[in-house]
Design a protein around this ligand. Structure first.
Ligand code: SAH
Length: 271
């Protein structure tokens, strides 16, 4: 029956077609019978079926209307799976789950992977952990070391520890994508390193620091903040950061210290 439903490329539909990949996802997610699992994009339910055997309950968010009736037949009302129609980039997470006591597991639609990940980590109801399949390039970007850090990689470290689990070949999916994929795991902190109230200003500092890739950090920062070059360089030196550093070389703790120092001294963004 499910073969009658047309595969929609525009919704990033690449269905899992490999048992060893399923095992990798399930093992990394460490699901136990007490767990509530949220799955984004259940598709034809291959991962969902395994999740339903291991977890207490599974709540799925799917944007393809056509798949809903199929999924509702496969997972009837008396099962431990609930199918919710919606867009995971904008869904009201508090209507799905009532606390942080849940795990997010998904083979994500790649076009929307970052907005979905950020929506969940930034939510007041963020999960305990996230195990997701994304494009390999995105996975490498998010788990890069200082020297190759990017804005999303630094921002994610405010919320948890990100690890690269496994590279996955195109043959694991049907239809096969053109690119490699990878499973990543994010273990969220009980509370973010920089609290909600300060997050927008903290992220703004990071974004401004990365503004022009070819420029040194002090150039990017002095362009956007009311701070003298020498004053900023003194702050860098105070935290043992080379005064000629570029943004991608700073560790998360470097960013955190810079932010706290600039805040204490009242330096404001002027753009
Ligand atoms: N989990 C399935 C399907 C993965 S493909 C499997 O592994 O086989 C990605 C799935 O995400 C598709 O079912 C697609 O319809 C769904 N999807 C795409 N965009 C979405 C969005 N914005 N919100 C929720 N689901 C989405």
């Amino acid at each position: 029956m499910n073969n009658l439903i047309k595969t929609k490329k525009s919704l990033g539909q690449h269905f899992l077609n490999s048992n060893w990949v399923l095992s990798y996802i399930l093992n990394s997610a460490e699901i136990n019978p007490k767990d509530i699992v949220v799955e984004i994009g259940p598709g034809r339910g291959k991962l969902t079926k395994e999740l339903s055997k291991l977890a207490g309950s599974v709540k799925c968010v799917e944007l393809d209307q056509e798949l809903l009736s199929y999924l509702n037949t496969t997972f009837p009302e008396n099962s431990n799976v609930e199918i919710i129609y919606g867009d995971a980039r904008t869904i009201d997470i508090s209507s799905l789950v009532y606390s942080n006591e849940y795990k997010l597991v998904a083979n994500l639609p790649y076009y929307a992977a970052m907005p979905i990940i950020m929506r969940f980590v930034e939510s007041h109801n963020s999960p305990k952990s996230i195990v997701v399949m994304v494009q390999d390039e995105v996975a490498r970007n998010l788990t890069a070391l200082p020297g190759k850090l990017s804005i999303p990689a630094v921002i994610l470290q405010n919320f948890g520890v990100v690890t690269y689990v496994k590279r996955i070949p195109p043959s694991a999916f049907k239809p096969s994508p053109k690119i490699f994929s990878a499973i990543i795991k994010i273990e969220l902190f009980d509370s973010p390193a920089i609290d909600n109230e300060n997050q927008q200003m903290f992220f703004n500092l990071i974004k401004k620091g990365f503004a022009s890739k070819r420029k040194k950090l002090y150039n990017n920062i002095t362009k956007s903040f009311d701070i003298e070059k020498t004053v900023f360089q003194n702050i860098l030196t105070k935290y043992n950061i080379d005064k000629d550093s570029r943004a991608e070389t700073l560790t998360f703790d470097n960013w955190k210290n810079l932010y706290l120092s600039m805040k204490t001294n009242g330096y404001h963004s002027n753009v």
